[in-house]
Ligand binder design. Structure first.
Ligand code: BJ8
Length: 455
């Protein structure tokens, strides 16, 4: 990966990473790096974005760097947050300058393998911040999902360097809020849409395969080259490697007592959507080696008797750490995220033995069709999957987390609740947004739920 660096800030970050190997960042030394010159070239609102950078740094310090007894290998992921708007953007722009396409996505149904095979960079653009919502509400209705508003607001306010760096974005038709927002977003950045069916009948499967082929053609057009079988096979291996590393991490954190906080695992899962995949997988595996040693030494976070909670529901896009912070602040630990920023992203691997383009694309489509988003009906496999993950994670209870106005997850919650009642699983439902207004109320409810589990 020999990409050109044009901007002066921290350019050697990822090459001479950790001069002080193993030294985890502390609250005093941490800062999110600024790159105003690069942001200006990207057409951003630099003054405003810089204020957001400082706020994010402050939240990160309070949420992450005050945790005790963190695995030393979290240092890489702290670094990735420090460079989220600097070093990583610089890498992406350098790739783009060399002719590699940069594609923004909002959903785990968009096949990253195809982007990688074309030599491109895929970045997740979902928004988890309250800061961009006022920008969205100047245009979009207020009563739609905060994730859609946050993502859209980042582009509308020119306050996200990833959004400014992409060649185009590829949305999907998973939910109404998203699919209608793409029409408006298209006036600001080229936006294409993959039709995702709402059922999994044979006709839906056929249609899905043709959508994957169309996506490949679009990526090839921007890359200026046709993807070969060999390139696609290689990309499948890279993505399988990344997903295996995340599976390994999730299996290790299921150990009782758990060697890592839920907040730290959530952060790794969030970084998966903007880091370079090979480097990321290798760092996740290093973290796993570290965790194996901690397990052998009996090191537990936060303590051996902490109540273990599994979270299920909508994805928590960066920097949405609200629920994890509240649950772990109350002395419990989160041991699983049944979510697209969680197991739905990495639970399924892909066959690696196919030898021709048609078979690889068919396998690829099958792999993506296993993702059990609530936008599908019927969706019994998700109910079974939630129960399976509950057992595997050795959790003591489930919190179903949903965002306001997300109709599909909010309605599917009824079936999850019924399944938990049948199985005798302690259960709580939380519907929230990104504002701090309901923090006190959620805290009270979480504490009562944990007391109920403790008996
Ligand atoms: S596969 S979960 S990433 S769609 S929370 S925007 S559904 S109103 S995020 Fe998702 Fe793909 Fe499904 Fe996963 Fe709409 Fe609901 Fe908002 Fe959502």
């Amino acid at each position: 990966m020999k990409w050109l660096f044009r901007y002066g800030c921290s350019e050697e970050l990822f090459l001479k990473r950790f001069e002080e190997e193993g030294k985890i960042m502390n609250a005093e030394s941490f800062e999110i790096k600024a790159c105003p010159e690069m942001w200006k070239d990207l057409g951003m609102d630099v003054e405003r974005f810089d204020k957001m950078r400082l706020m994010l740094g402050e939240i990160y310090r309070k949420t992450y760097l005050t945790q005790k007894n963190r695995p030393v290998k979290m240092a890489y992921f702290d670094d990735m947050v420090a460079e989220i708007h600097g070093g990583r953007i610089k890498e992406i722009l350098a790739a783009k300058a060399e002719g590699h396409p940069v594609i923004g996505t909002f959903c785990v149904y968009i096949p990253e393998e195809v982007v990688l095979a074309a030599g491109g960079v895929c970045v997740g653009l979902c928004g988890g911040s309250q800061g961009s919502i006022p920008d969205a509400e100047k245009i979009l209705p207020r009563n739609i999902c905060p994730m859609v508003k946050s993502a859209f607001g980042f582009k509308a306010g020119r306050i996200c360097p990833y959004f400014q760096a992409v060649d185009f974005v590829y949305g999907e038709t998973t939910c109404d809020a998203k699919k209608k927002t793409w029409e408006i977003l298209d006036t600001m950045v080229p936006t294409y849409v993959m039709e995702i069916p709402q059922m999994k009948k044979q006709s839906d499967r056929d249609m899905w395969l043709s959508e994957v082929k169309e996506f490949k053609a679009k990526v090839e057009e921007v890359a200026g080259k046709e993807v070969t079988v060999e390139e696609l096979k290689k990309a499948v291996k890279v993505m399988n490697g990344k997903r295996r590393a995340l599976q390994r991490l999730n299996t290790l954190r299921h150990t009782k007592p758990t060697p890592i906080s839920g907040k730290d695992v959530l952060l790794v899962e969030q970084i998966a959507f903007y880091d370079e995949p090979v480097r990321f997988a290798s760092q996740v595996n290093e973290l796993c080696d570290d965790l194996e040693q901690r397990i052998a030494a009996g090191e537990a976070v936060p303590g051996k008797d902490a109540v273990r909670i599994m979270v299920a529901g909508v994805p928590m896009a960066l920097p949405n750490w609200k629920l994890h912070h509240l649950v772990e602040g109350a002395g419990a630990v989160i041991v699983n995220e049944e979510s697209c920023i969680g197991t739905r992203y990495y639970k399924d691997l892909m066959a690696e033995d196919a030898q021709d383009m048609e078979t690889i694309l068919t396998d690829l489509t099958k792999r993506y069709m296993n993702i059990d988003c609530s936008c599908f009906t019927p969706n019994d496999e998700r109910i079974d999957q939630v129960l399976k993950e509950y057992r595997e994670s050795q959790a003591d209870g489930i919190i179903h987390y949903s965002l306001q106005f997300c109709h599909t997850y909010n309605v599917e919650e009824i079936r999850i609740r019924e399944a938990c009642a049948r199985e005798g699983i302690p259960y709580m439902f939380i519907e929230s947004d990104y504002s701090p207004e309901d923090v006190g109320q959620i805290q009270t409810r979480v504490e009562a739920f944990l007391e109920q589990i403790r008996g």
